[in-house]
Design a protein around this ligand. Structure first.
Ligand code: PHE
Length: 464
């Protein structure tokens, strides 16, 4: 007997769940940094063009593969062509790797949220606070466990009663919090020691006005690649997640409309993150204060919150709550993909698979946590950067596997079975698909070339 397939209740549930996956730490701690580094409005314009072209192609492909085959990545590629089964296995590796460290980051967020609730803005802003936390043995593991248990609980509850329900609650709250902090950020001002006053609105102009000073072809290419790799990670494409979520979409849902809404949500939150972070960092730390990733979130922003006076504590709480929601819905999508793939492969219940994948996540995350103390060593990555175990897992999944998977997918869809296989799925209920022609052209000619370049560049095999 065929197992009853899970599904989202309708298009809104699907859009919010997919947006929940797409909106994550990447939108909040990486997008604003890239904007500040890559010419403000110039980066914004480039990113927007890429979202409407590449982003749309990759997202449409994943979601349509999922809905058409009604399978997870492991079996979906095999269903398209038996020779391409390996691509399913390759794709499965990405969430398997991301799962090893995403809850570790989630744990850091829970720790900071707790610190703002319990003690206020001073302690987290102190030099050495973050380092002493992540290099301690027990605390990072405890906080990671809290975050992982929450994730596993939502996944255990299932597609409609867990993932969809929580996305419906958390995503609107996230949006309200981020809009609130962004408005507050724009009203800030600060007088420095030499008497100059920096305002949030000045920060806004740094963010929005395109800065083309010193722009060369090489620099333009660098910006393009920054935007491209950000786009990938941000939309959660080429890692099987959107294939899994696509397989839960009912046949009467208008795919191209939903895909537009997911893109708007993800890009909107990224834009709002810039609005929230760039002016605040500029006001209190100046133009050189902008950093990315953990150093922005756990070192620079606590200093910004500490400079805000009494309001800082509330803003800190709101910020880490919002970041926690963003990370939770993303981590849920990673775990759901692993659980759903394994349920399909081993024909086991959701409960059993949650226990097995939960145990896998726990063990690997503990190892990643210990990468900052017991297993500490500096790893030199092929792209030249130096990091710990977490950075290695991140590097293999995002810089190596994701462009490679997109490259192979574009060959499979563009050349082996043809783009019509996808576009037919999008238009199967007679819906209009305005970018159908564009889809075919990009999938066949542009995506393969760009992915090849991205792959070589991020592996350090080619330096522009
Ligand atoms: N898309 C998420 C972000 O922008 C990150 C993510 C990656 C989520 C992988 C799930 C899986 O941060």
């Amino acid at each position: 007997m065929q197992q009853k397939k899970n599904s989202f209740s309708g298009s809104i549930g699907f859009v919010l769940a997919a947006a929940g996956s797409a909106v994550g730490v990447g939108n909040i701690w990486r997008f604003p940094y890239l904007c500040a580094k890559d010419g403000g409005g110039l980066f914004l314009i480039i990113y927007l063009v890429l979202v409407l072209t590449f982003g749309f192609v990759l997202l449409t492909t994943d979601i349509a593969i999922g809905r058409k085959t009604k399978k997870n990545a492991l079996n979906a590629y095999a269903a398209i062509s038996s020779k391409w089964k390996f691509l399913g296995y390759l794709t499965f590796l990405v969430p398997a790797l991301i799962m090893t460290y995403y809850s570790v980051i989630g744990g850091w967020i829970v720790k900071y949220l707790t610190a703002y609730v319990v003690s206020g803005t001073e302690a987290p802003a102190q030099d050495g606070y973050f380092t002493s936390f992540i290099t301690s043995t027990a605390a990072p593991i405890v906080f990671m466990f809290i975050f992982l248990a929450l994730t596993a609980w939502v996944v255990y509850l299932g597609v409609e009663k867990g993932i969809e329900k929580y996305s419906r609650i958390l995503m609107p709250i996230l949006l309200i919090l981020i809009i609130g902090i962004a408005i507050f950020s724009l009203t800030l001002s600060y007088e420095t020691e030499d008497g100059t006053v920096r305002t949030g609105l000045q920060g806004l102009s740094i963010y929005l006005i395109p800065n083309v000073e010193g722009l060369t072809v090489k620099r333009f290419l660098e910006i393009l690649l920054d935007a491209m790799s950000q786009l990938f990670f941000s939309l959660s494409v080429s890692m099987g997640i959107m294939i899994t979520y696509g397989s839960y979409v009912k046949d009467d849902v208008n795919l191209s409309k939903s895909i537009n809404q997911i893109e708007i949500f993800d890009t909107g939150v990224a834009f709002l993150s810039g609005l929230m972070i760039i002016p605040a960092v500029f006001v209190f730390l100046g133009t050189d204060g902008m950093t990315s990733g953990p150093s922005l979130t756990f070192l620079s922003l606590p200093k910004v919150f500490a400079s805000m006076g009494a309001a800082g504590r509330f803003v800190g709480i709101a910020f880490f709550l919002m970041l926690g929601f963003a990370a939770l819905t993303s981590c849920v999508s990673v775990m759901e993909t692993l659980v759903a793939n394994c349920m399909e492969l081993f024909h086991k219940s959701r409960k059993k698979m949650c226990i097995i994948i939960g145990t896998y996540s726990l063990v690997t995350s503990v190892i990643i946590c210990l990468g900052y103390n017991v297993f500490y060593f500096d790893l030199k990555l092929p792209n030249g950067s130096v990091g710990q175990l977490l950075d290695l897992a991140d590097y293999i999944s995002n810089s190596f596997l994701m462009p490679f998977i997109s490259l192979l997918t574009s060959i499979l869809i563009g050349w082996v079975i043809g783009p019509k296989w996808i576009t037919d799925e999008v238009t199967k209920n007679g819906e209009s698909f305005k970018r159908e022609k564009l889809y075919g052209i990009l999938m066949r000619y542009v995506v393969p070339v760009v992915m090849l370049v991205l792959f070589f560049m991020s592996t350090g095999l080619w330096d522009i």
